[in-house]
Ligand binder design. Structure first.
Ligand code: PLP
Length: 408
């Protein structure tokens, strides 16, 4: 498949190749099934084969890389199919897949920063992103400012002459705070700074940061894109050839590669992305409404609720609210722990975005790396519970939560 970013229209023209010819596909569902994948030229296999091979034999020294591949750290046909599918879904120019979402984030920093540079990172982001910036970027002489990205004034004020990147995540893990992507993109463009947006929570099905002016989109493909708790992976999508070169070079140089098997499983997962997102988000809304009326719940964070402070912004920049719900169980950390031990259908586990419903205590699990004072200041309170709503019957999920809540 070839994908081309049109700078003048900000859209992409793309062509899908089938055994019987070429079709132009514009709809998201068509792209999620066919994007990046063409029948295997040797056998006609409808699924891209798992090219489980370290190296690729060259025809001659003169025709080195004649078939496009040399060594799987630099590129692999199965991984390439996933990169092309993600490019099509996000509406970018190109993509690079990585061994994890964190590897994707690290590759952006490795590829684009040098000592003395400054980075602005949203104060609520995935805990691992915070940890890498706080403990490693600073070690290599990069200054980091953690800023409330929901306040465009704060973002504008944080930018310095040496700022290279503003890194946002929306809705943010785990408080579901929403950043105005278009407003941050405008600030970045005016300052000549790159806007990197982590689109893991909503996926391109619900939110496309490039259409809101972002320069780079990053994913933990581990989450909704795979959707089946089967793989750890990540990707960076860009709309600029120079950025692509730098990010791909960081992968080769640091060896942050995705395996062909992981790429293949992720390719299959993505084919049902829209169906899963629609269903899981609808259940998340029902569960958020149930929790909001529950006497054991202090408050609920879900952008789909009309009283969420950024409900209107969410509606304007995304076509769905996602499948992650946060809430504070009455009784703080002890009640939270009791609740998580009492559920039976919900799995007490890290990760999110899978067909299995998961329940997480960010303070002791995903955000344990964030110091308590910083956590509390950004809304990651001791009793915060994060739900990743799966594909089970919503009535069963509510029944299990209700009976667990009655025991806290
Ligand atoms: C929003 C977000 N970004 C990035 C990551 C890191 O992804 P991975 O676990 O694939 O390294 C996570 C993991 O939970 C996440 O939630």
């Amino acid at each position: 498949m070839c994908t081309r970013w049109d700078e003048t229209t900000g859209s992409q023209g793309q062509t899908l190749h089938t055994l019987h010819g070429t079709i132009t596909a514009m709809g998201f569902r068509t792209k999620q099934v066919h994007g990046g994948v063409k029948p295997d030229p040797t056998t006609g296999a409808i699924l891209t084969p798992i090219y489980q091979s370290t190296t690729f034999v060259q025809e001659s020294v003169e025709n080195y890389m004649g078939k496009g591949y040399s060594y799987s750290r630099a590129g692999n046909p199965t991984v390439r199919a996933l990169e092309e599918k993600l490019t099509a879904l996000e509406g970018g120019l190109d993509a690079t897949a990585f061994s994890s979402g964190m590897a994707a984030t690290v590759a952006i920093f490795l590829g684009l920063l040098e000592a003395g540079d400054h980075v602005v990172i949203a104060d609520v982001v995935y805990g691992g992103t915070y940890r890498f910036a706080d403990q490693f970027l600073t070690k290599f002489g990069v200054d980091v400012a953690f800023v409330d990205a929901a306040s465009t004034d704060d973002v504008r004020a944080a930018i310095r002459p040496k700022t290279k990147i503003v890194f946002t995540e929306t809705p943010a893990n785990p408080t579901l705070k929403v950043t105005d992507l278009a407003a941050v993109s405008r600030i970045c463009e005016a300052a000549g700074v790159l806007h990197v947006s982590d689109n893991t929570f909503l996926t391109p099905y619900f939110q496309r940061p490039f259409e809101l002016g972002a320069d780079i989109v990053i994913h933990s493909t581990t989450k909704f894109l795979d959707g089946h708790n089967a793989t750890i992976g990540g990707a960076v999508v860009v709309k600029d050839a120079e950025l692509q070169e730098k990010i791909a070079f960081a992968r080769i140089a640091a060896g942050l590669v995705m395996s062909p098997m992981v790429a293949w499983l992720t390719l299959q997962g993505i084919k049902t992305l829209s169906v899963r997102m629609d269903s899981q988000s609808a259940s998340a809304m029902t569960i958020a409404e149930f929790l909001q009326g529950h006497h054991s719940v202090d408050y609920v964070n879900y952008p789909g609720l009309p009283d969420h402070p950024q409900h209107e912004l969410s509606k304007a920049q995304a076509s769905g609210f996602g499948a992650i719900v946060g809430f504070e169980v009455h009784g703080g950390v002890e009640a939270g722990k009791k609740l998580m031990n009492a559920v039976e259908l919900w799995s007490l586990a890290e990760n999110l975005g899978s067909v299995e419903s998961l329940i997480t205590h960010p303070v002791t699990m995903t955000h344990a790396a964030v110091p308590r004072d910083k956590r509390i200041a950004t809304g990651i309170t001791d009793g915060l519970v994060r739900l990743s709503v799966g594909l089970e019957d919503v009535e069963d999920l509510i029944h299990d939560l209700d009976s667990a809540l009655s025991r806290v």
